[in-house]
Design a protein around this ligand. Structure first.
Ligand code: 6R9
Length: 648
């Protein structure tokens, strides 16, 4: 199955930006002379002060420093909005499709400009200026894009927190970056259900140790009644009446931070990933154009939430920088029916569609009927992101959704990388189902073994990137040391992705998944340490170890081994209680799927939990546990096997 090749169809190559020969030529140029390559492509955005220096980067231990176009000045909102007004002011910038199929609207670039300026003025009136952090906790409404671009316009730094995170997680992130202003909505609306966003913000603010938040700006989405604290909280529509719709875009240095986005790692609390202005926008817009073979007039739809990096780079910044029409969807794939995605494709004549394998797998469960009763004739390119796409899901996407007519781009990247790093290009790359295929321009993947030895040719190992690319994260907010430690210390001199991969004889990459203690649940990253620390905070729990296991729809599920305090009784009631506890503590995406009560965990004599063994048992693959001779008490393993929760 893995050797299968799906050749580039003539229709994909016709009118495409690059064919295979052009890809090879451009790739070679990009890695042999990055200065010249990016010096040229950096001009795809408008600069208020042109750069003269292109690349100034170091992956050397102790001197990690990443700067691109450093003496240039620009503004991201200017590039995503103002520069299009002369040529496409009346073109739709954003199509918004509401949770209910009866609700949608089109926002032109001219309207977007007015909205962004008004938002910027509302924020400026609340003391927001260059370098200030603003937390966004919003549903998928156009106001999310307006507020992001308004921050960028002022040189302020947005930090979006996904609306599914709990008040505690939100508080942690507000505190982490010291936001004086929080932007939220009265309530969100997903699949007909309301999400109490403003109430969560109130809870979060109560939990902050010191008074950090001075202003809360509230978008009216449902009109539901919410508590408003006088002097602190204001409805956006009321504040907007007080300001004009003109506001100049502040030119900022190329390396001025654009946003902070918290993401889970293998240890500790989530890290604030920092992306900056110039390199990020060049990279996001260039990948958006080439990877999706974006063409003038295309309707482009990425189904991600703006709370994740995919929403940042491929709903807002990349497409808008390219003057595209980007569709923003508030709802879910299964509401009001399993046909929703395809109904929306037909309603808005979508040409490029970008989603996650977990969505594809969940829709596969509903069979071909809900897909086949729609036309989908407008589709040309289908994208996948977030986790490895298994060949069965790939085939279904290709044959059932795309009628064997559309190119598939399986795009591998990370919050840290800012944009897509390994991917096919529709007109250029012969596809292999399950492989993210080849590196994008300027990206130098390197495979290393556990000792850090660089591997040649076809091989399996840990995926590193040997040199910087413009979209790379610059630091962990407030903790450059952690940046270096996390990404550059495992294999000195290289950026370590945390992913394992295989490279085949054609030089194609097959991402096999995380090699660290990060679980990928429905394309969302969860650190095992975060779930463990939540579980052990429960009064009945003495110890917990969390691992991932294969899950049919989610890709990976969360499997928790829990040791209870003396005298506590592990039953289904307590299981439910612990799931609810973690949901409330972190958010629904962290809910354990399976909980096994374990009288003891397998530990080495030095007290280290042997996760390898726990993973095997969770996978229901305990025939090959490997070396267990270093266990302090080998008997615990038998009990774990006897009481395993995931049985075939
Ligand atoms: C963009 C995004 C990053 C992790 C990454 C990897 C996994 C993403 C993938 C993929 C295989 C793909 N991942 N895309 N694995 N094939 N096409 O998802 O960012 O949330 O930071 O997750 O997701 O394991 O390391 P993020």
């Amino acid at each position: 199955m893995e050797g299968r090749i799906v050749e580039v169809q003539d229709t994909w190559r016709e009118g495409a930006l690059v064919d295979d020969a052009k890809y090879r030529e451009m790739y070679k140029a990009s890695v042999s002379d990055p200065e010249a390559f990016w010096g040229e492509h950096g001009k795809r955005i408008d600069w208020m002060t042109p750069y003269t220096r292109v690349k100034n980067t170091s992956f050397e231990p102790g001197q990690i420093s990443i700067k691109w176009f450093e003496d240039g000045k620009t503004n991201v909102a200017y590039n995503c909005v103002d520069r299009h007004l002369g040529t496409r002011g009346e073109q739709t910038a954003i199509i918004w499709e509401g949770d209910s199929p009866d609700e949608s609207k089109h926002i032109t670039y001219r309207e977007l400009h007015a909205q962004v300026c008004r938002w910027a003025n509302v924020l400026r009136n609340r003391g927001v200026g260059k370098g200030d952090r603003v937390t966004l906790y919003l549903p998928m409404v156009p106001e999310a894009a307006y507020a992001m671009l308004a921050c960028a316009r002022l040189g302020a730094i947005h930090a979006i927190v996904f609306g599914g995170f709990s008040p505690d997680s939100l508080a942690q992130r507000i505190q982490g970056c010291g936001s004086k202003v929080v932007i939220t909505a009265d309530e969100g609306l997903r699949g007909g259900r309301k999400v109490p966003l403003k109430a969560n913000v109130d809870e979060a603010i109560k939990r902050l140790g010191s008074p950090i938040v001075e202003h809360v700006v509230v978008v009216r989405r449902t009109g539901g009644a919410v508590a408003m604290e006088p002097g602190r909280d204001v409805y956006y529509d009321e504040a907007a009446e007080q300001v004009t719709d003109e506001c100049p875009a502040e030119p900022v240095e190329a390396e001025h931070p654009l946003f902070i986005l918290y993401t889970s790692g293998s240890t500790g609390q989530p890290k604030g990933v920092v992306h900056t202005t110039g390199g990020y926008l060049v990279y996001a817009s260039m990948t958006h154009q080439y990877v999706f073979d974006y063409r003038e007039g295309d309707i482009y739809w990425c189904t991600a939430d703006v709370g994740w990096v995919t929403g940042h780079s491929y709903i807002v910044y990349g497409p808008l920088a390219n003057g595209a029409t980007t569709l923003m969807f508030e709802g879910i794939p299964t509401y009001p029916s399993n046909s929703r995605f395809w109904d929306v494709v037909d309603k808005h004549k979508v040409n490029i569609f970008y989603t996650a394998p977990t969505a594809i797998r969940s829709l596969m469960g509903g069979g071909e009927g809900p897909v086949k009763k729609t036309s989908r004739a407008s589709l040309r390119v289908l994208g996948s992101v977030g986790e490895p796409i298994n060949p069965e899901a790939w085939d279904w996407y290709y044959k059932v959704v795309g009628d064997s007519r559309c190119a598939i781009v399986d795009t591998w990247w990370q919050t840290e990388t800012g944009g897509i790093l390994i991917t096919p290009l529709p007109g250029a790359t012969a596809l292999k189902p399950g492989s993210a295929t080849r590196p994008f321009f300027g990206v130098k993947p390197e495979m290393v073994d556990a000792e850090g030895k660089v591997l040649d040719g076809a091989c399996e190992g840990n995926l590193c990137i040997a040199d910087s690319w413009p979209g790379q994260m610059r630091t962990v907010y407030g903790d450059h040391e952690r940046f270096e430690q996390t990404y550059f210390s495992t294999y000195p001199g290289k950026y370590f992705t945390g992913d394992g991969a295989r490279r085949d004889t054609d030089g194609y990459y097959w991402i096999t998944g995380r090699v660290d203690d990060v679980i990928n649940v429905s394309g969302h990253r969860m650190g095992t340490a975060e779930v463990e620390s939540s579980l052990v905070a429960h009064p009945k729990v003495s110890e917990a170890a969390v691992v991932g296991y294969p899950h049919n729809v989610k890709g990976q599920g969360i499997y928790a081994y829990v040791t209870l305090n003396e005298g506590e009784n592990g039953d289904d009631g307590l299981r439910k209680e612990l799931v609810a506890w973690v949901r409330k503590d972190i958010g629904p995406i962290a809910s354990p799927d399976l909980i096994q009560f374990a009288p003891g965990l397998p530990k080495t004599r030095s007290g280290k939990i042997m996760r390898r063994i726990l993973r095997k048992i969770a996978e229901d693959d305990f025939g090959s546990l490997g070396d267990t001779s270093t266990l302090a008490d080998p008997a615990v393993v038998d009990d774990l096997i006897d009481n395993r929760q995931n049985r075939a």
